[in-house]
Design a protein around this ligand. Structure first.
Ligand code: ATP
Length: 284
């Protein structure tokens, strides 16, 4: 069985508080894009899980979210057969694109199907949050408002057709680093108008959505890695309606009206060598 694990971008990302247990409360507009890892899974007679991947530094044991997700479901349902999985990664790692979370979501969906467990999407989403705050959204996909720690989801209509250029510089940023560099009382931190974005998306108003986009993590991470600002400027100087950092960074994405404009900007970005990964795609 072959599954696609789609990457996400955050069209809007706000942090609104911190819970007593240390988790941050967020409000985010999530959007899946047509960039994906491929997870292949097969049953095997011997018990246990075997995982392989094309990225040498990504763990293949219980530290991998794919492994964790599969094991969680297989333990709960006392499955005695084993599973062989191969994960072909294309989504950049530690990039703010929910690569690991989406791989985990694909594992939940795949294990449910391959062993005929009969769980609904909602059943899977309830279990998914135990692997990571973004995993329930990755099961759901599409356009959504995510609140709480990211697990309280409201589906939104698909955003109007637009093209997405992804540029990831050659640095990696962990979510932990992003929170350490977030100064919520800093006047440079602009809280995006998430409610306004929800209304604009519900009305199919791309301009209204774009004018309200923002990510509270940007100032802190750009302060550390100015290349992020350079990629944003390059995209906006070459036709992007708006360019912004996704999630906790460092990946930058630009929103374009046409594929042609996006391809032109992609060529300039490749030439500039500012980004290690350049990927031209569209919303899912
Ligand atoms: P998010 O957008 O949710 O913050 P991210 O893009 O910052 O995610 P990931 O690529 O999901 O981060 O992974 C971050 C770390 O998690 C990696 O350094 C890696 O060691 C570990 N990891 C565990 N499982 C996976 C996986 N399936 N793919 C990639 N990394 C994984």
């Amino acid at each position: 069985m072959r599954l696609r694990a789609l990457a996400k971008i955050n069209l809007g990302l706000d942090v609104v508080g911190k819970r007593a247990d240390g988790y941050h409360e967020v409000r985010m507009i999530m959007q899946t894009i047509q960039m994906y890892d491929v997870l292949e899974i097969e049953k095997k007679a011997e018990p246990g899980i075997t995982l392989t991947t094309n990225i040498p530094y990504v763990p293949t044991d219980e530290r991998n979210l794919v492994y964790k997700a599969a094991k969680m479901l297989m333990d709960e349902f006392h499955i005695e057969e084993g599973l062989t999985m191969n994960l072909e990664k294309f989504i950049p790692v530690a990039a703010g694109m929910a690569g690991g979370s989406s791989d985990a979501a694909a594992a939940f969906v795949g294990v449910n199907r391959i062993f005929g467990l009969g769980l609904s999407e909602e059943d899977l989403m309830k279990r998914a949050v135990k692997v990571g705050a973004d995993v329930p959204y990755c099961v759901m996909r599409g356009t959504a408002l995510a609140e709480g720690i990211g697990e309280k989801l409201t589906r939104l209509p698909r955003v109007p057709q637009c093209y997405v250029l992804v540029g990831k510089p050659g640095v990696n940023v962990s979510t932990k680093t992003a929170y350490e560099n977030l100064k919520l009382d800093d006047p440079a931190v602009v809280h995006p108008d998430i409610d306004g974005m929800v209304t604009a998306i519900r009305e199919g108003d791309l301009d209204g959505m774009i004018s309200r986009m923002g990510n509270v993590f940007e100032p802190g991470i750009i302060g550390k890695y100015p290349v992020i600002q350079e990629i944003k400027d390059l995209m906006e100087n070459h036709g992007a309606r708006k360019a912004m950092m996704s999630g906790s960074g460092p990946t930058v994405f630009g929103i374009f009206d046409s594929r042609e404009k996006m391809e032109q900007a992609a060529a300039v970005l490749r030439e500039s060598k500012l980004a290690k990964t350049v990927f031209a795609t569209e919303v899912f």
